[in-house]
Design a protein around this ligand. Structure first.
Ligand code: CA
Length: 233
């Protein structure tokens, strides 16, 4: 529990919005909310929130559009999408637009709070990470969240850089999805393990760092073991 953390809830259904606000206040967070898309985007874009909880279906501007627009200016903002249960399309779309994670509705309050805590805790990768990750197709500046590839500058989200940095630090072995969820996303054993979050992030990263994302040479899958970053060393 951290009383300084500020969360923005963007949700048009009054009962859910007010319920979320009550739960978060109870857990010690400072909370603000918005009921429509444009207002949610404006508040989120102010940069004053540690985390934005973003519903998908919103009047005026949907959650994907808000997420995408936010990411254009701010690659550090923590974002959790609230998606419909069992809708893979929603989940994948939200993560593609740069969300850190998602929670499916209807959600258990306990799981949501644990997920929020994990995202806010941020990874412990940060301090020890190398300033530069050099791969055959791209050179990545981890502090500026940007890479230089054959076609120019490629922007990364904070979470993508954390995944890459963790893999780079352990490039001598494969890293499992569970290890990434624990070490990078900060999930404890009390969280339901969701592997799609990791896989979709890996797919996004591959599109940015591989000359041919369908045939990855740097971020390789090790069958039955996880992912390994081949830095060529
Ligand atoms: Ca809605």
């Amino acid at each position: 529990m951290d009383n300084n953390m500020k969360i923005l809830v963007v949700e048009d259904e009054t009962a859910i919005r007010e319920g979320l606000c009550d739960v978060l206040v109870y857990h010690g967070y400072q909370v603000d909310s918005a009921a429509a898309g444009p207002e949610g985007y404006q508040k989120a874009a102010s940069g004053q929130f540690d985390l934005v909880l973003l519903d998908v279906m919103l009047p005026g501007m949907d959650g994907y559009a808000i997420c995408e627009k936010l990411r254009q200016d701010d690659r550090e903002q923590a974002i959790i999408m609230l998606t419909a249960r069992d809708s893979d399309a929603d989940i994948i779309q939200g993560l593609r637009m740069g969300a850190d994670d998602y929670v499916s509705k209807p959600f258990s309050v306990q799981q949501l709070v644990l997920r929020i805590e994990a995202v806010l805790r941020r990874s412990r990768v940060g301090q020890a990470q190398a300033r530069t990750i050099t791969l055959p197709a791209i050179t990545i500046d981890t502090e500026n969240l940007a890479g230089q590839g054959a076609d120019g500058e490629v922007p990364f989200t904070r979470r993508e850089i954390e995944v890459l940095s963790y893999l780079a630090q352990h490039s001598d072995r494969p890293v499992s999805r569970e290890e990434l969820l624990t070490k990078v996303w900060g999930y404890g054993r009390n969280l339901e393990i969701e592997t799609r979050t990791v896989d979709i992030h890996i797919a996004k990263i591959r599109r940015k760092i591989e000359a041919d994302p369908a045939n990855p040479q740097s971020l390789v899958t090790v069958r039955g073991a996880g992912y390994r970053l081949d830095t060529g060393l």
